[in-house]
Design a binder for this molecule. Structure first.
Ligand code: NCD
Ligand code: ZN
Length: 357
């Protein structure tokens, strides 16, 4: 059995720099036609020169796959000329409250002071992507931020505001209340709860921001994803850290899920009889919301068990060592095995001529 996905997109991805970029980028480029790349490097990607250099480094790391990195600028108070110059090179501007997650020390301290820049983003038609967490009690941080989303959605009705990596049922309610809000949800927040992180032996590889929540929250997110809620997009928030930064006192936040995303999504959607909605969730919703046209690729998944490696370089992937039912056919590997132009063996699904990247 096989499953074909047209140009899947990962609408929230951390690719890092240097050797880590070279290690992790091919996992995304193999399975996705593009991804929204987060700007929380050190120092942050907050100017066009740095953004262009970062984009070029990503292009090197993903070659030869047809993969578009949709770049973001790290939010700071920008003037109109700067944003106008950056506009064609970015998909949006990413706002982090100061200190809420990895590499956000340069984030926003005063949320009241951002409105002049939001006015410019709205005028220029540049989406605002938001890490929506307060500085409150860890389980309440997303809920405490929701009034900020509501306020901005009302004050800036023509600004597209993307609630990144939502983790609560309450966030879905706010999403539904304002037509200019959209949201991303990760794979891990569809699968795990706080119990998986800290209910038994502490699992640092599942520790991330926002922290996984209650079963009722996960179930609400799942239901929305499985029905391909039209303003909900898949965004993995795959966020690699070297093993010594995870298996440590003072564990870094982030789940490295890039190697297992489509296999686990296919398994989740298949087990709920919702495979027909996976295309919208992993691609079509994002294309419509952002108005993007990613490279035309068809990604093939086959129903053939494999075991997730314990390590990818010095990074421990999500589901390390576990057996998964679905796997992505690497277009490069299959070309090498089968020879250029050879048909991949197919089950009941029709042949799709877009299969060659
Ligand atoms: C991300 C990272 O490591 O860059 N970590 C995480 O826990 N998700 C940052 C982020 O998106 O919050
Ligand atoms: Zn992130």
């Amino acid at each position: 059995m096989e499953l074909l996905l047209r140009s899947p997109l990962d609408m929230h991805l951390h690719l890092r720099e240097g050797a880590l970029l070279s290690l992790v980028a091919p996992f995304s480029a193999r399975a996705f036609a593009g991804a929204v790349v987060m700007p929380n490097l050190v120092p942050p990607v907050d100017n066009l020169a740095r953004l262009r250099a970062y984009r070029a480094a990503i292009a090197d790391a993903v070659a030869p796959y047809a993969f578009t990195p949709y770049m973001t600028l790290f939010f700071r108070p920008y003037d109109e000329a700067t944003l106008a110059a950056a506009r064609a090179a970015i998909i949006g501007v990413k706002l982090y409250p100061e200190g809420v997650t990895t590499n956000s020390a340069e984030g926003v301290r005063d949320l009241e002071a951002v409105e002049a820049t939001l006015t410019l983003l709205e005028r220029l038609g540049i989406p605002l992507l938001v890490h929506g967490e307060s500085h409150g009690f860890v389980l309440d941080r997303e809920a405490e931020f929701l009034p900020v989303y509501a306020r901005w959605a009302e004050r800036f009705p023509r600004l597209t505001i993307v609630m990144e990596h939502i983790t609560t049922a309450a966030a879905l309610e706010v999403l539904d209340a304002y037509p200019n809000l959209a949201a991303t949800v990760t794979l891990h927040h569809l699968l795990i709860t706080l119990d998986d992180v800290a209910g038994g032996l502490l699992n640092p590889h599942l520790f991330c921001k926002p922290i996984a929540k209650r079963p009722a929250d996960r179930d609400a997110l799942r239901a929305a994803a499985l029905r391909a809620h039209p303003r909900l997009m898949f965004g993995s928030d795959s966020a690699p850290h070297p093993v010594e930064r995870k298996e440590a006192a003072g564990c870094a936040a982030g789940v490295f899920s890039a190697p297992v995303l489509l296999p686990l999504l296919a398994g989740l959607f298949a087990s709920h009889g919702a495979l027909a909605n996976l295309q919208a969730f992993v691609s079509d919703n994002a294309r419509r919301i952002y108005g993007i046209t990613p490279p035309d690729r068809t990604i093939t998944l086959i129903h053939k068990p494999w075991t997730v490696p314990e390590r990818c370089g010095d990074v421990v992937p999500f589901y390390a060592g576990q057996r998964l039912e679905w796997q992505v056919v690497d277009p490069l590997a299959s070309a090498a095995i089968a020879g250029p132009g050879a048909a991949i063996q197919r089950g009941s699904a029709p042949h799709n001529p877009d299969a060659q990247p």
